[in-house]
Write a protein that binds this ligand. Structure first.
Ligand SMILES: Cc1cc2nc3c(=O)[nH]c(=O)nc-3n(C[C@H](O)[C@H](O)[C@H](O)COP(=O)(O)OP(=O)(O)OC[C@H]3O[C@@H](n4cnc5c(N)ncnc54)[C@H](O)[C@@H]3O)c2cc1C
Length: 336
């Protein structure tokens, strides 16, 4: 199956550069009022701050924001955006996003209210809504004695975000368990895509950079295991991450993908950047592939830190660090 995409608007790897006049749209909004989408209970709100919806706790406002909870509301949201000629940005739990301090133009569509979990004991498959938290799926599968999702417990994203990012940890990843994902296209039609259609690679899928919205995903697990043992294993993974990674301050997890044969964190550590700080953003002491918001950091600080780490690693190792974090919005003002 061939997927069709919006042309990538990428200037630097991993950095989406949207073309809009910085701040202009925000000013245009000062009088904008919430809009109820025809035939639904769904409200589109103007000028909604996004920092609270990202794990970095940074980012300016969305021009418009909506959080639909069913397909008809999603379809109405896409239709509304198209009728107003607005771009659409999809948002899961925001745990892998760096959003510009200037915010995002167009409509930001959150999937966090798309929730539903169904275990099918005959097939050993679980179908989960895109907005369901991945850690909750890991705990509830273990609790039933269904083996497979223990690796996912420390990944603080939604199921939809995990499908798009091919999230993984402890030797497991979405690609190993996904049977199919249901997606909604901006024209209102739905498609069912298999793991093969999604062309999974390390932390990458064919859905990245598209605006095809994952509404639900089905995973193949193995029922019939001891729930106590699985819960214990899940707990161990959870504990391991809390002791080896800095979970005490806002971050996006690993900032960079590991280049082949190297760990990004190790490369950054070798160029002496552990603890290096710009504004209130810091390369973590505990794990150099994490950038922490130490309190009121700006997205611009984090962006500069990303560029600085890339430059230093490139200079010393002749290796390019590609951001895993999705960088959204206008960072031109940061001046790099
Ligand atoms: C402390 C911490 C630890 C982490 N550890 C790991 C780890 O071990 N392994 C790992 O892989 N990741 C890790 N991450 C990163 C992150 O949790 C994952 O990438 C996660 O899968 C992102 O899911 P999300 O719902 O937050 O997606 P978002 O960050 O909201 O979005 C990520 C991308 O997916 C798109 N998207 C989101 N939902 C949908 C949808 N329903 N349909 C279509 N597109 C969508 C967005 O547009 C965006 O391009 C960590 C993050 C943190 C903060």
């Amino acid at each position: 199956m061939t997927l069709s995409y919006d042309p990538p608007k990428v200037a630097i790897p991993g950095t989406a550069r949207l073309s809009f006049e910085p701040l202009k749209y925000v000013n245009q909004l000062s009088d904008a009022q919430p809009v109820r989408l025809a035939g639904t209970d769904c409200i589109v709100k103007p000028h909604v701050p996004l920092a609270a919806f990202t794990s970095f706790r940074v980012g300016g406002p969305a021009q418009w924001y909506v959080a639909p909870k069913q397909i008809t509301e999603l379809q109405a949201s896409f239709e509304w955006a198209q009728s107003h000629d607005l771009s659409v940005t999809l948002l899961g739990a925001g745990s892998n996003l760096l959003i510009s301090d200037r915010g995002l133009p167009g409509l930001v569509m959150s999937t966090r209210r798309l929730r539903q979990t169904q275990f099918d004991p005959e097939l050993g498959q679980v179908t989960v809504g895109a907005g369901d938290p991945l850690p909750r799926l890991a705990w509830s599968a273990a609790d039933r004695g269904w083996k497979g999702m223990e690796w996912a417990v420390g990944i603080p994203g939604t199921v939809g975000g995990a499908v798009v990012m091919n999230a993984g940890a402890h030797g497991g990843c979405v690609a190993d368990y996904l049977v199919q994902a249901r997606v909604l296209l901006p024209n209102g039609t739905t498609k069912v895509l298999t793991a093969q259609d999604l062309r999974y690679r390390y932390r990458t899928s064919a859905l990245q950079g598209s605006n095809w919205l994952v509404t639900q995903a089905t995973f193949q697990l193995q029922p019939g295991f001891d729930p106590v043992a699985l819960t214990e294993l899940t707990s161990q993974h959870h504990q391991h991450r809390r002791t080896t990674q800095p979970y005490h301050l806002p971050s996006c997890g690993s900032v960079f993908r590991n280049p082949i044969g190297y760990k990004a964190g190790w490369l950054i550590e070798q160029v002496g950047l552990k603890g290096y700080q710009i504004g209130n953003a810091q390369i973590a002491e505990r794990h150099a592939n994490f950038i922490l918001n130490c309190g009121n950091a700006m997205a611009g600080d984090i962006f500069r830190l990303i560029r600085h780490a890339q430059q230093q690693v490139e200079q010393h190792w002749s290796l390019h660090l590609e951001p895993e974090v999705r960088i959204l919005g206008d960072f031109q003002a940061v001046g790099i």
